[in-house]
Design a protein around this ligand. Structure first.
Ligand code: BGC
Length: 754
């Protein structure tokens, strides 16, 4: 009765009296108080068992909170292109819910190809809203592992080969996600650059390469993006698994970068209680019973950071201070997300999210080649179009591993083309051309497509050729897909060439129709033996729910392409440094070790030194339907003393007929150095939209880090005095102007933010 009366009183006269009549609100629940005091207050009330409880999983994707204290748990979701369907409590299989379909955003390679941080913010905000609406508080993404080899099956989930580009692009994704009160979980920290033997491969890389190539995007994510969580990967570095690696987790992540978030293991990446407890991991997910291959059902108590850890703590063999640090980090994460009562509510499958996916995709498509301005196809001249290729009709949002989705809808490329054509008096025919992989299932989500085909390979080509002869233009839509050994988690590609006999199809089409457009949907570079015979080539990536609109928008010129390659499209596999010598130790490894002998020579840092002709399309390359010219750059000075910034302003004129966007790229070259340095390194870029006949001034900003290398003997970033050049261009192989800069004195600093 008393209880009822009080309830009534509180309802009538409000919360202030309610709390006065009851116990005061505990500090940890009072969000007017500083976060750290709340974290410590909650921690001080918890038993050892409760602390252990919050640092490991209770199901495939969740961990419990502290029920006694009313602290909610954590719900994670993949990531990174859309919100994964819910899975069963203790299984990978989808749960079969009917309210968990999502918008699939373009793959992160496509996002990186926009070279536009504003697109990244839009992406992060939108996917964060979907996560929030679905009540997930940790989004497992984005991924920023560097594109070391085009064979890596997971490159489509990452942001390309350049540490600076991926650093700038990852930050707004994170801040966008986290503006929803959802944590981004940056993955896979670090050196998870291949899928072959990914669980155990031991990466051996020199310190300078580690800091200059493989860590910057993670560092930017933590230090500038303020990521609330990070995912150490499966692989080893210097003999220790990433989840148990004190160098990566304690020295670099937590000490140097001052990370205050949660290091969440990749699913099943933990192997040893003592190591994982002491070396900096905070939270364990996805383990099997004993860290080996087979797990009993609901074996969460057996996790390395569960009962086995509790036992060692209770026996005094491991210190409570380490457990307290882990639990405090998890509490901080919960307070930043689920316990933030002011966070927005999110939204799912909204018109705005589809529009965002289409816009990002449109900006990411790269026009690689466009002889005689074949593109955009004009409905007045092109009355009959033949579309050829399996990727025109295959759903790509299902498959590929943990990034697989259950979409609310997905417009296929052929549908997008037909939709535009129908409204513009253009006839569209379709021929299969080849059969790739007709399956379409992942963890119980099926595409529902029947892609079976009974014609022989020869017949498919013959039929496509016959139809091509009658068409005004042919659009071949092929590439890779999300099946094993294509663009997929868990396996690498077996070859650099396109699979399924596609080269033969393209060559046959090129012979009979001069107006051939090849659109490749891949997350990776690939061989183009037919390149000289094909007038137009478009890199379309994986567009997600709006794939059809994204491709049609560019093909018909509704969108003027402005994407730039975030990775080098070399001619042959051996043009990539990791494959140059055909040394298995360099890739994919021998007896468990892979040695990054190529050092800094990743992507254009290597290929720009090769003879012309070894690269089909360089890093940073991408054409437009208009033309641009760069005027003479002006610099803020002639010298740089390391303080503040050095700027270069470039006038960009649109000398073509239509509005378009160009990316001004600034590479830095150390003219003479005591250590070997790449010929040039991207250190600034800016995308600018210019109207025809107009000129916009674009200012690029450089600071001391733009000129530095990492000195492994001192662990200091170092700028040597002497002459530098800032190279301005619109691709790594198209430098249009050079700006000299003099550095008078040595500048050094360490990474440590403490
Ligand atoms: C993948 C992660 C993913 C996790 C959860 C792992 O196999 O490597 O990227 O987030 O599974 O699905």
């Amino acid at each position: 009765m008393k209880f009822r009366l009080e309830l009534l009183t509180s309802a009538l006269i409000g919360g202030a009296l309610w709390s006065a009549a009851q116990k005061p609100v505990p500090l940890y629940l009072d969000d007017s108080k500083p976060l750290e005091s709340r974290v410590q207050d909650a921690l001080s009330r918890m038993t050892t068992a409760e602390k252990i409880g919050i640092i490991h999983a209770q199901s495939k994707f969740s961990s419990p909170g502290v029920q006694r204290l009313g602290i909610p748990g954590i719900w994670c979701t993949d990531g990174p292109h859309g919100i994964r369907p819910d899975v069963l409590w203790d299984e990978w299989e989808q749960a079969g819910a009917t309210n968990d379909s999502c918008v699939a955003f373009p793959a992160l390679t496509c996002l990186a190809a926009t070279w536009n941080p504003e697109m990244s913010r839009l992406y992060g905000e939108s996917i964060g809203e979907e996560a929030r609406y679905r009540n997930k508080n940790v989004l497992l993404g984005p991924g920023v592992n560097i594109y070391r080899t085009p064979l890596n099956g997971r490159n489509f989930e990452y942001m390309g080969e350049d540490p600076y580009l991926s650093s700038r692009m990852v930050i707004p994704y994170i801040t966008g996600v986290q503006s929803n009160g959802v944590a981004a979980c940056v993955k896979h920290y670090a050196l998870n650059n291949q899928e072959v033997d990914r669980d155990h491969v031991n990466v051996i890389v020199d310190d300078r390469t580690l800091h200059e190539i493989y860590l910057p995007a993670f560092k930017a994510a933590v230090v500038e993006g303020g990521a609330w969580s990070i995912m150490p990967g499966y692989n080893k570095y210097n003999g220790e698994h990433a989840c148990e690696n004190p160098t990566l987790l304690l020295d670099i992540l937590k000490n140097d970068w001052g990370f205050d978030g949660v290091a969440i293991s990749d699913w099943g990446a933990v192997h040893n209680t003592e190591k994982v407890a002491q070396n900096g991991l905070d939270m364990e997910f996805g383990s099997w019973t004993n860290g080996l291959n087979w797990g009993a059902s609901n074996a969460y108590d057996d996790y390395f950071l569960a009962k086995p850890y509790e036992k060692l703590i209770n026996e005094g063999k491991l210190p409570m201070s380490q457990l307290d640090d882990k639990a405090a980090r998890v509490l901080r994460l919960i307070m930043r997300t689920e316990m933030d009562r002011n966070r927005p509510y999110g939204s799912l499958n909204s018109d705005e999210h589809y529009a965002a996916a289409r816009k990002i995709g449109g900006e990411g498509v790269v026009l690689l080649k466009n002889e005689n301005n074949l593109l955009p196809l004009s409905p007045s001249k092109t009355k009959k179009i033949l579309v050829v290729g399996e990727n025109a009709i295959k759903m790509m949002t299902v498959g590929g591993g943990s990034s697989s989705l259950k979409v609310q809808r997905e417009l296929l490329p052929l549908e997008g083309i037909k939709e535009y054509a129908a409204g513009n008096g253009v006839e569209v025919a379709y021929e299969r051309g080849y059969v790739g992989d007709v399956t379409g299932e992942y963890n119980g989500v099926t595409t529902g497509q029947d892609l079976s085909e009974s014609r022989s390979a020869e017949q498919l080509i013959a039929d496509a050729v016959k139809a091509a002869k009658e068409a005004d233009a042919v659009i071949f839509i092929g590439g890779l897909n999300k099946s094993d050994h294509q663009d997929a988690e868990g396996t690498d590609r077996n070859q650099f060439s396109l699979p399924y006999n596609q080269d033969a199809v393209i060559e046959a089409l090129a012979k009979v129709n001069p107006n051939l457009v090849v659109v490749s949907l891949t997350g990776n570079a690939y061989a183009m033996p037919w390149l000289k015979d094909v007038p137009a080539v478009v890199q379309g990536w994986y567009g997600g729910s709006e794939a059809g609109h994204i491709i049609a928008d560019v093909i018909f010129g509704e969108v003027n392409p402005s994407g730039k390659l975030p990775m080098t499209f070399a001619k042959d596999l051996t043009n990539y440094a990791a494959h140059a010598a055909g040394d298995s130790l360099v890739y994919p490894g021998v007896n468990g070790d892979v040695v990054y002998k190529e050092g800094l020579n990743v992507g254009y840092r290597h290929t720009d030194r090769l003879k012309r002709g070894n690269v089909n399309f360089a890093f940073g390359h991408g054409l437009s339907y208009t033309d641009f010219s760069f005027g003479n750059p002006t610099a803020s000075g002639k010298e740089f003393d390391g303080e503040g910034v050095f700027t270069v302003t470039v006038p960009v004129s649109n000398i073509g007929q239509r509005n378009g966007s160009e990316v001004v790229q600034g590479y830095v070259r150390d003219v003479k150095s005591s250590v070997e340095r790449p010929d040039k390194e991207l250190k600034a870029f800016r995308k600018v939209n210019v109207n025809p006949g107009e000129t916009e001034n674009v200012t690029l900003t450089f600071d001391k880090s733009s000129f530095a290398y990492y000195d492994p003997s001192t662990h200091m970033w170092t700028v040597e005095p002497g002459k530098f050049e800032i190279l301005i261009g619109n691709a790594s192989d198209n430098i249009i102007a050079k700006v000299p800069v003099d550095v008078k004195e040595t500048i050094t600093w360490s990474d440590s933010v403490r």
